[in-house]
Design a protein around this ligand. Structure first.
Ligand code: SAH
Ligand code: SF4
Length: 342
């Protein structure tokens, strides 16, 4: 085994240059994946945590260049679910055996603090952990959701490269994104972040910075997604990220933050059938099956080729359970908070 992987596995520390070497040299990939799988087994075990994903609105005030929900995209039909519908979907997720729901949407101002507090409070009554993934909000808003019972928050930094960040996110600042992550931490959320892999102009060195940033803020969850060009966006003609590079970033994250929760992301499955199962075998320990119903699945079109758009929540639950069993893993029955090891 190379010294770099041995060091990462033993000490959970790597320099930027060492991370760059791992990302650049495909001869090391097999060893890296094996080491990440060992770390996963040792620190978080064989159980896979399922999070039921509710995509409750595709209306967004932001204009992220890569995303199909961006406000300038006029080609998609927009929707927002009523609070009662969101609560109903959460109840169904609970009935299907989920212990966490993830409420995800564009940045949609219809969902005021009061509405969200009400939704969160009602869902908490089902004894579910609640994860929010609703974008950049004020300090007061984050405090209010937390007071209502929200447990976790997903907000990817997307890229730590300041110039690339500005190019991808018109009208917003990376400083505010970091402010959001710091607020979430201060209010006691489990903090999830992550990055896109393969953005136009993104370098291996900048991905190494992303990984070091995750470690610096001691993130509790890291979601790594390959960038998939969306035809309805200004990046339509660009090349996307590869599954191999996204998996490598994910595997290095597992070495450096061995006890965190790492999802096998849906975008990975979009690039390759069984991409999520592959991810579960090279560092991941979480899957987020969709519990949105009907045509909303298709309309929540961040990127093209989204999986399972015609399936029902019940089907997805059974399907993923079979796949997880097929690789010799089991589904966790607890709510799946990060285990404090250090
Ligand atoms: N509005 C919220 C949550 C919805 S977007 C937010 O932005 O945080 C959820 C994630 O989808 C984003 O973090 C982004 O990384 C990912 N995403 C958006 N467009 C994508 C694309 N074209 N390919 C891959 N992932 C994409
Ligand atoms: Fe909106 Fe999130 Fe898409 Fe950006 S990534 S346009 S914030 S839904």
């Amino acid at each position: 085994m190379t010294d770099i992987i041995r060091k990462g596995e033993k000490k959970h520390i790597l320099t930027k240059q060492e991370i760059i070497t791992l990302l650049a040299d495909d001869n090391l990939t097999g060893e890296l994946f094996a080491a990440a799988d060992r770390m996963r087994k040792q620190y978080v075990g064989d159980k896979v945590h399922l999070r039921g994903l509710i995509e409750f609105s595709n209306i967004c005030r932001q204009n992220c260049l890569y995303c199909g929900l961006r406000r300038d995209n006029q080609s998609i039909k927009r929707y927002r679910l009523k609070p009662t519908k969101i609560i109903e979907l959460a109840a169904k997720a609970s009935a299907l055996g989920y212990r966490t729901v993830v409420l995800q949407s564009g940045e949609d101002d219809y969902y005021t603090v009061q509405r969200l507090q009400d939704i969160i409070g009602r869902i908490k009554a089902f004894d579910l952990a609640v994860t929010l993934s609703i974008g950049e909000k004020s300090e007061q808003e984050y405090a209010a959701y937390r007071a209502a019972g929200a447990d976790r928050y997903l907000l990817r930094i997307e890229t730590t490269d300041p110039e690339l960040y500005s190019a991808m996110h018109p009208g917003v600042s990376q400083a505010n994104r970091k402010r959001c992550l710091a607020d979430l931490r201060r209010f006691g959320y489990e903090v999830g972040t992550g990055c896109l892999v393969g953005l136009p102009g993104q370098t291996i060195a900048s991905l190494a910075d992303d990984i070091l940033f995750f470690q610096e803020i001691n993130a509790d969850m890291i979601g790594i997604g390959p960038f998939i060009p969306n035809p309805d966006t200004p990046l339509a003609a660009k090349c996307g990220g590869t599954l191999n590079l996204a998996l490598k970033v994910m595997a290095i994250v597992r070495l450096l933050l061995p006890d965190i929760n790492i999802p096998a992301t849906t975008a990975m499955e979009t690039l390759q059938p069984e991409g999520r199962l592959l991810a579960l075998q090279v560092g991941a320990n979480v899957v987020m099956p969709n519990v949105t119903e009907g045509e909303y699945r298709r309309l929540y079109a961040l990127y093209p080729g989204k999986i399972c758009v015609n399936d029902t929540p019940a089907h997805c639950r059974t399907c993923i359970a079979g796949k997880i069993a097929g690789i010799g893993r089991t589904i966790a029955v607890d709510q799946g908070f990060r285990r404090a090891v250090f």
